[in-house]
Design a protein around this ligand. Sequence first.
Ligand code: ADP
Ligand code: MG
Length: 488
Amino acid sequence: MTGWKPVIGMEVHAELETHSKMFSACPVVDSVTAPPNTAVDPVSLGLPGTLPVINLQAVEYAMMVGLALNCEIPPVNQFARKSYFYPDLPKGYQISQYDRPLCINGWLDVEVTPEGGEPYTKRVRIRRAHLEEDTGKLTHVAGGSLVDYNRAGVPLLEIVTEPDINSAAEAEAYARTLRSILQYLGVNSGDMSKGVLRVEPNISVMHPDDAEFRTRTEVKNLNSLRVLFRATEAEIERQIGLYESGGEVQQATLGWDENKNRLVVQRVKERADEYRYFPEPDLPILEISRAWVAEVSAKLPELPEAKRARFMDELGLNAYDARVLVMEQAVAHFYEAVLAAGANGKSAANWITGSLFSLMNANGFNREDIEKSKITAQQFAELVKLVDGGALNKGTAATVLNTMWETGADPARIVEEQGLAQVSDTGAIAEAVARVLAENESVVQDYLGGKEKLFGALMGQVMRAMAGKGDPQVIKQTLTDLLEARRG
Ligand code: ADP
Ligand code: MG
């Protein structure tokens, strides 16, 4: 198995969340929840005599994505017909783009954290991103297939990379980073389970002696980033296994069987597809002025990478915290709302990436669900401020956070009702320390005799004696003072 190098190029289809479809005023609806065939019109059904009109908002959204991916936007852009026959394609052709796509020659830097390895940055070149229309949706049932044209004609952006990706971890990191950018741009929700974002890796493997790429396969229908990772790993292993046992890889389209947790062959390609592309005669060539590009460019929001750099520069966050806080836009929103409510940046970052994320994991919350928890950003900020201000120690604060998670109550109220306020009163602490020392004479003797590690045990005893509410800093100081006094 040694020496083989995976070669992966990604094709991502992202629906653009415009109000209307790519070539008509027909509304775009949620293709999972809307009743079938309720958002259709003569244009999206491709009825004879209809004419398409370009949705300018879709062009702008696509341009935003292209600019965020460091692409060139060529001055001339043209739609093309891609002909094929399938029941979900009412016109018998899809309006797409061929030799004059909207965006070309870009790149995206992605941070990869391989399992058990050091993080590194990988640059993935973007070959092109072009606009097209989505197809309808088929549902196979006993005795036939049902077709829903709600999705037919929804603006779709296809983003294609060069084969620069060399592992499943890199493929997942690329998709995660791209998804995050689409969410920040507000053009796509990133919900892979609904199919609004569809990620397809093209996979081959290379032997050190190879001068050229080998045959690739394409994996479709991956409905989460986790599945993308698993399916890519499985396919790399399958191909290496085939070559090592003297076999060959056949060009094919594969899918992932969610129930069986394995790859299935959907279609073996015997010859190249023939789409008979030609310029779409019903649409004008779109000339894209530099002024328009500049105008769209000026409208781009702060993107994850810039936000991360700012969190590190302005708030002093470490690279890891900054990254996990920006990756999901919902998390970044929550964090920024916590800051706006007056919490310290570093403390808030620690509490979110630590205790809050653990609570979310334990309760089956994805990161993007952060705003669905009962804890508001305002309340979270209050908790952080209580700790930073010394009113609450960290151990108790974790307990308070648990209660906040369950009840949605204000932290100050929980502290008051449960009597959890931190005790910093030196008198009360000195009393507790003296009591613990008196009750643990032999430990004290061992400590004074050189077993310095026992300090921790004594510290723990005092914390317990004060029901976890004592201020650790004050306890530590008092304990040190009283023990030193014993040395006489
Ligand atoms: P087309 O779809 O027009 O045939 P290509 O075959 O050139 O385009 O590429 C489609 C995708 O497959 C791109 O993302 C590309 O990087 C990737 N790709 C091309 N060749 C290979 C290969 N041998 N192994 C892995 N990925 C590949
Ligand atoms: Mg394609």
